[in-house]
Design a protein around this ligand. Sequence first.
Ligand code: NIG
Ligand code: FE
Length: 422
Amino acid sequence: MGNLWISNLGELASPLGSGPLGGRRQGEVSRRHGVEVLCRDGRIEAIGSPPEVAAAAAHVGDIERLDAGGGTLVPGFVDPHTHLPWAGDRSAEFAQRLAGRSYLEIAAAGGGILSTVAATRDASESEIRANVTRRLDRMLEWGTTTCEAKSGYGLELEAELKQLRALAAAAADHPVDVVATLLAAHETPAEHRADPERYLDLVCSEIVPAAAAEGLARYCDVFCERGVFSAAQSRRVLEAGLEHGLRPRLHADEFADSHGAELAADLGALTADHLMAVSDRGIEALAASTTIAGLLPGTSFFLKTRLYAPARRLIDAGIPVTLATDCNPGSSHTESLPMIFWLAVLELDMTVEETLTAITLNAACSLELGDEVGTIEAGKQADFVLLEGASLDNLAYHFGVHPITVVVKRGTVAYRKAEAER
Ligand code: NIG
Ligand code: FE
């Protein structure tokens, strides 16, 4: 039904507007007390004092009531960079990493992304779909109401399309809204190792056109990295994507400065993601562009590099920053944006407010959804997270625990923590 009246809030915290917030504005979050929220047909109808909301409610038919119990209401989280459709697992490789082998060493020896490619090629579409559903369930439980998700573990026409179809099928049946990205240039598959350009020919002439024609992806992404794809190779793929209506996003400068940030800026990419090794020139290029910086601190943490992206320098340069889980089996195996929130505050030195904007409004804008989601304002879609605690600050302060009591999608309760777990 989507009619919902939320009362007894400790705080309502939200960035405002429908465009990305950079620089000082990234930390300008509205924090209100003593307000209630009314939703009608899945959209936000009114926000105001209890008498104001009661007056607005008189014009709405059946309304579900939600007693917030003094908790904090924030916009539904938006996860703008994930890899969800894949099969198998990399726990054996994880054990090797814990024993001291590096991620890049394992990848060079044929493990890493290529081991997930083998498992994903072997899996049926319905198996991958079930895996996606399981991951979306967990994302929802941790507050995500909209996400982006990439292919990239097929690395051949049919397997890439299979991943994207499995993603679409899982999403069609799930409260979390999913925006799909084609990442056929995630790695060179084993059969093309002798001639990576030949694989890129296939990506540009077959995989990109097929994914676009079937309407299976909105965006095109490339892993632009030393030892994977150069900036020139990445440009070629992203330009092929643009020709077919797929706007670019980019894995840029994760391990080494690969001029990915400059490329993303030059092509007007929606995001340049990772940026642990971004150069001063890369930061300047982003600052002069519309590209949003996508930080994925889960990878620095999970890969134990302890090298985090220069979030403060990016913000101080005025660049809007988003944060994402990068949920994937190799470098960041988590569906939890609260986990990323803790890393952003404690390791990236971002403020609580900047971090909230990063996982709501700025993330929504990076998916071109800033008019629809990402803030709590009248007219927007009614997607919320109800946090434990009477202040947004509690989300940072009480780390490592599941911090959410209710998740609302389009005005309907989509997740509620069982009474016994509270
Ligand atoms: O975003 N960096 C490239 N791709 C993923 C890792 C994928 C994997 O290891 O399976 C990432 O970190
Ligand atoms: Fe990624």
